[in-house]
Design a protein around this ligand. Structure first.
Ligand code: DGL
Length: 280
């Protein structure tokens, strides 16, 4: 494949998700790194990714990462577990050397996994995630590399992302599907004391998830772990830090129409933002 000429000036940090979910991560990152510039890209036109094949998720993710590189991002965070599970490794190992070996793409599974060892006492952990993330086995594999004594039980929740993307996360109907998957997960392992929300869309369902998770079981949402890990990454990589501009701005892009994106994005962010529609 031919080499794409990418801008070399310093630029914003790119945050990518298949849709709105990455906004929950962006919010946390901006809270701990307010001085940085960010560029958010949601592939809302092709969401959900969670029910798609490995190859399709990889191709879509690579297109979005290449787009963010082309728009000036030296560093892109895959704020999507499905993309982190299915595309990150290949992009890091095969595509980055070809596109520009000095840029970086980071995922969000590793920072979440690193936190788990200290959070579970029973060493039985539950995972609520998309079918793609659960099937990839990325969570159990990564957790067991660091903590071989932890048992991870996964539950695929194929309908949760569509519920959130269609603005139904607060509806009564959503309760039915939330309850069903929480109960199914807990029935598979009664010793679970920690549940990972392994999809960036799920914090939007948190109130409902809490309703069906018994007291005493900790629910881990990723934002705080991903944001502190990124801050640490910048401290450890001054060469990358120097390439990330610091003006406190954030620009939003969607592959859908802006009219569709903005009302839902405002719910995720609790504030009104501007966005542009782009094609890949
Ligand atoms: N938000 C993405 C994740 O964290 C998945 C959404 C989707 O299925 O597209 O897995």
């Amino acid at each position: 494949m031919s080499r794409i000429v990418l801008p070399q000036n310093p630029g914003p940090i790119g945050i990518f998700d298949s849709g709105y979910g990455g906004l929950t991560i962006l919010k946390h990152i901006r809270a701990v790194m307010p001085e940085y510039d960010f560029m958010y890209l949601g592939d809302n036109a092709r969401t959900p990714y969670g029910t798609r094949s490995f190859q399709v998720v990889y191709e879509f993710t690579l297109q979005c990462v290449t787009k963010l590189f082309g728009m000036g991002c030296p560093l892109v965070i895959l704020a999507c577990n499905t993309a982190s599970a299915k595309a990150l490794r290949t992009i890091q190992q095969i595509d980055l050397p070809r596109l520009d070996a000095t840029r970086r793409v980071l995922g969000i599974i590793r920072p979440t996994v690193e936190s788990i060892g200290e959070l579970t006492k029973s060493r039985h952990v539950g995972l609520l995630a998309t079918p793609g993330t659960v099937k990839s086995l990325s969570y159990p594999l990564e957790i067991n590399k660091l903590y071989p004594d932890i048992k991870v039980t996964g539950e695929s929740c194929p309908i949760w992302v569509p519920l959130v993307e269609s603005g139904e996360s607060q509806s009564e109907g959503a309760d039915f599907f939330v309850r069903r998957h929480v109960e199914s997960l807990l029935s598979k392992d009664s010793l679970i004391d920690t549940i990972i929300l392994g999809c960036t869309h799920y914090p939007l369902l948190l109130d409902k998830i809490r309703k069906y998770v018994p007291d005493g079981i900790r629910i881990v949402s990723q934002g705080e772990y991903v944001s502190s890990s990124l801050k640490l990454y910048m401290e450890r990589h001054p060469e990358m830090d120097a390439r990330c501009t610091k003006g406190g701005s954030c620009r939003y892009y969607t592959t859908e129409s802006v009219d569709t994106f903005l009302p839902n994005a405002s719910i995720f962010l609790n504030s009104v933002v501007d966005a542009d529609s782009i094609s890949l």
